[in-house]
Design a protein around this ligand. Structure first.
Ligand code: HEC
Ligand code: HEC
Length: 319
């Protein structure tokens, strides 16, 4: 059943693509987006960039909140920490995460602050190529410059690993970076996220963590046939692509399908120790998310809960 739906989604996507692909290729050539990327930035200077340790400490906190490690470490195959190569599944195929250690050749050791900011804020590589949205830059774009650069400082204190990056395992045309030009026009709104002055500081902090840093919607929000988030059904639950038939449940305040009956304490307990309202431990991949949220402060976990309790109820749907 689910496979059929994915195939159907794929057909729809192919249909759109057939009419759009020529235009995209012309556009992308005009915009200078290469399909091939060089493995590192153009001005290789080594890893001698000075690191501000205070900034690295703040960055480590955000790195945990964002769970960068679970996508960027190929734990299943014993891959080196943060060296990439983990397959991130989408309905269009798998995209391998990349080496984000400070190795100057295979990792990001030669990147400037501007390179790193552009990658997370705009989803664009140092050579100008667009990233695939398996990298949740559409969420990270909401982060502040300072938070993004603190994460860079932290990454630059980590061990360099000379692990080579792998090309995507998605079929044509889903492996063509130029297709992202169309996708970005439809679905990408660059940040940073603006605070809502009518709301409390706690709510704004929760909103920032949920939407930008911890990218909860990347799993919990349903997607269109083209893989964009359905913002009017934010956090209403979604089937996760890939093996295992996993589903990220509805975490809106809907009382039947969502977490409308959960208290603030129920939510913070989940984020702190991984126990659900019914007493069960939360399963993978939410358990990876919790490995990060368990390291947050109590006020930050509470801010997430306060924000979630304000999300309008959206009844579930079977996707
Ligand atoms: C859901 C999985 C996922 C998460 C979470 C994730 N990434 Fe990635 N990331 C990817 C994938 C997949 C790519 C490769 C995208 C491509 O090839 O277009 C990538 C690419 C990157 C790149 C580009 C590297 C290069 O060589 O061009 C950087 C930098 C990066 N991620 C940093 C981060 C940071 C920092 C975090 C946490 C704040 C993070 N990522 C969280 C999946 C993820
Ligand atoms: C990588 C995908 C992913 C991300 C990112 C993610 N979740 Fe989840 N989440 C899941 C899955 C899958 C489950 C179901 C786990 C289970 O069945 O035990 C889940 C379960 C939950 C539950 C329990 C709901 C219930 O009805 O049992 C809550 C609450 C929750 N997530 C909140 C969050 C919040 C808040 C964030 C962001 C901080 C987040 N999730 C980020 C995938 C994700």
């Amino acid at each position: 059943m689910r496979r059929d739906r994915h195939l159907r989604n794929r057909d729809t996507w192919l249909g759109h693509l057939a009419s759009g692909v020529a235009a995209i290729l012309v556009l992308s050539m005009a915009a200078g987006c290469g399909q091939q990327r060089s493995p590192s930035g153009s001005n290789v200077t080594g890893t001698s960039q000075p690191v501000d340790l205070e900034s690295a400490k703040r960055g480590e906190y955000l790195f945990n909140a964002a769970d960068c490690i679970s996508c960027h470490t190929d734990k299943e195959h014993g891959g080196a920490r943060l060296a990439g190569g983990r397959a991130v599944e989408t309905p269009f195929g798998a995209y391998y995460s990349r080496n984000i250690t400070p190795d100057p050749v295979h990792g990001i050791g030669a990147w400037s602050d501007a390179d790193f900011l552009r990658a997370l804020r705009r989803g664009i590589a140092p050579d100008g190529a667009p990233y695939f949205a398996a990298f949740p830059f559409p969420a990270f774009t909401g982060m502040t410059d300072r938070d993004i650069l603190d994460i860079k400082s932290y990454l630059f204190t980590q061990k360099p690993e000379p692990t080579q990056n792998k090309p995507p395992a998605a079929g044509f045309p889903f492996d063509v970076r130029a297709t992202m030009v169309l996708w970005r026009a439809l679905y990408f709104t660059p940040g940073p996220l603006q605070p809502d002055p009518a709301k409390s500081a706690e709510w704004n902090r929760g909103h920032y963590l949920v939407k930008a840093v911890s990218h909860c919607g990347e799993c919990h929000t349903p997607r269109t046939a083209l893989g964009g988030l359905e913002h009017d059904r934010a956090l209403a639950g979604a089937q996760l692509p890939g093996p295992g038939d996993k589903r990220a449940p509805n975490i809106t305040t809907d009382v039947n399908d969502g977490i409308g009956s959960w208290t603030i304490d129920d939510i913070t307990a989940l984020l702190k120790v991984g126990i659900k309202q019914n007493g069960d431990f939360v399963a993978d991949p939410m358990s990876d998310v919790v490995e990060g949220t368990t390291k947050l402060t109590d006020p930050d976990r509470k801010a997430i809960a306060v924000y979630l309790k304000s999300v309008p109820a959206v009844p579930g749907k079977s996707n």
